[in-house]
Design a protein around this ligand. Structure first.
Ligand SMILES: C[S@@+](CC[C@H](N)C(=O)[O-])C[C@H]1O[C@@H](n2cnc3c(N)ncnc32)[C@H](O)[C@@H]1O
Length: 195
């Protein structure tokens, strides 16, 4: 891992995650965690009373994340290996925040992912999305024709409200770039029988 990105994980990444609203003691799901450029600083922010679920469908990056966590004596990262089905295996309303950073373009059924994130998040929980590779930023795959405005609309249509955009020098792959994340909050559950 290059020095720049290691530094980011240890310093600026921690500051960035605090700025987007991650707090000590929280439970955080990092969906599509890869080697943990966000899971590692998130684990530092949430501390011993908190937990980071680092979820990925690939084994090798999770093994690398495990090695990094052990090196830094971080004991609050739970690795979650899936088969790519978008089911997290987490309980309803069990996490305070969910990150989907640089992963939306790889998901064929984004609606299913939004429903799953909504299910596992607590009321008013934070859903933070880094929609890298959208049509305004190195377009690729599933986001090729979709811009941030459309992404906000499609997530809001799944019972979230858009809170804010936060920009900074953030990690992308194994480098840093200027990027913006979109923060959403889970709307309250619909009360059964009422519209
Ligand atoms: C480009 S990387 C982003 C990693 C990390 N979020 C970051 O920003 O540094 C995308 C990761 O998402 C994972 N991924 C893609 N589709 C997935 C799916 N359906 N379920 C779980 N993980 C997935 C990939 O294996 C990869 O590790």
């Amino acid at each position: 891992m290059n020095k720049e990105i290691r530094n980011w994980e240890e310093k600026e990444g921690i500051r960035f995650l605090k700025r987007i609203g991650i707090k000590p003691g929280q439970k955080v799901l990092d969906f599509g965690a890869r080697i943990g450029h966000y899971s590692i600083p998130a684990a530092v922010v949430v501390g011993n009373r908190g937990k980071v679920y680092a979820l990925d469908k690939n084994k090798d990056p999770l093994n690398e994340l495990k090695r990094k966590a052990a090196e830094q004596k971080l004991e609050n990262i739970v690795l979650v290996r899936t088969n790519g089905s978008l089911e997290t295996g987490l309980e309803n309303n069990s996490v305070d925040a969910a990150l989907a950073y640089d992963v939306l373009h790889l998901i064929n059924n984004r609606k299913k992912l939004y429903r799953e994130i909504h299910r596992v998040l607590q009321k008013n929980g934070l859903f933070s999305v880094y929609p890298k590779h959208n049509k305004l930023d190195q377009p690729e795959q599933g986001l090729k024709k979709v811009g941030p405005k459309e992404i906000i609309k499609e997530i809001e249509a799944h019972n979230f409200y858009f809170e804010e955009e936060r920009c900074g020098l953030i990690s992308h792959d194994d480098f840093l770039n200027k990027g913006c994340v979109l923060n959403f909050r889970k709307k309250r559950e619909l009360i059964e029988g009422k519209k």
